[in-house]
Design a protein around this ligand. Structure first.
Ligand SMILES: [Ca+2]
Ligand SMILES: [Ca+2]
Ligand SMILES: [Ca+2]
Length: 247
């Protein structure tokens, strides 16, 4: 038997760099501008149909911002959910510990928000928070720069100055897990693909003070490559034409 109880490292290969925002996001469930999330890091090993980003702002308190896009969920179901699990102390464990937080957003309005805190063996509901002050969530079925077919886009703001949401105890390197559920078909997708109940199996967030030095999204990178290829083709045919002309 492996000494599972002693393992408290993150799930290997699942990492997210949490950059200071260049552009302050607006939590409205859509890309408010064409570049709203371009300055966020792209987590490693993202599932194709569960895209997410995070970044932080410091307007006085430290605010954490999340974008979650469930690319293949295009249906409004009462049972749909997204879920964020955070281990602020990054001390792991195979059961939820007293610092661990789980946020469930079930359905598509504020009545479906439930926050839980660990008690060492399981989750208990945590109600000591104020909507819009400590946490705010908005979602919609919309197109985005990540996927042109309208799908669920969820934006979340958390006040990390609130004690239970504060990740300073891990030097802003908490463990984290993001999941979604489509009641109509796509089912559960999770980053990492591990249990919501075992912090030791969650991914690693690296909070940094810097802004993203390379704020270019993957779709733009692909488009840039296509454009560069076109330039190369034009330059190549021009070269051939010149060569034929001189021959
Ligand atoms: Ca927005
Ligand atoms: Ca759905
Ligand atoms: Ca913990």
């Amino acid at each position: 038997m492996l000494p599972i109880a002693l393992v408290n490292a993150q799930y290997a290969g699942y990492e997210s760099t949490n950059y200071l925002a260049i552009e302050d996001p607006v939590e409205d469930g859509v890309w408010t501008t064409d570049t709203e999330w371009y300055d966020a890091g792209i987590p490693t090993n993202l599932p194709t149909n569960l895209q997410w980003r995070q970044k932080w702002t410091y307007p006085g308190n430290i605010f954490e911002h999340f974008l979650i896009e469930v690319i293949d969920d295009t249906t409004e179901d009462a049972g749909d959910y997204v879920q964020i699990c955070i281990d602020p102390q990054a001390d792991g464990g195979i059961t939820p510990q007293s610092d661990d937080i789980r946020i469930d957003w079930v359905g598509h309005d504020a009545s479906g928000l439930t926050i839980y805190q660990g008690d060492g063996s399981g989750w208990v509901e945590f109600t000591d928070y104020t909507w819009d002050t400590d946490i705010f969530i908005a979602d919609s079925i919309s197109a985005s720069p990540l996927e042109s077919t309208p799908h669920w886009i969820i934006e979340i703001r958390m006040d990390r100055s609130k004690a239970e949401f504060d990740t300073a105890g891990s030097s802003y390197e908490p463990l984290i897990r993001i999941a979604s559920y489509d009641e109509s078909g796509a089912g559960v997708q999770a980053w990492p693909p591990t249990s919501q109940d075992s912090p030791s199996g969650w991914g690693q967030e690296y909070g940094v003070y810097e802004t993203n030095p390379d704020p270019i999204p993957e779709p733009m990178t692909i488009m840039t490559i296509v454009l560069l290829s076109s330039v190369a083709v034009v330059a190549g045919s021009n070269f051939l034409w010149k060569r034929r002309k001189t021959e």
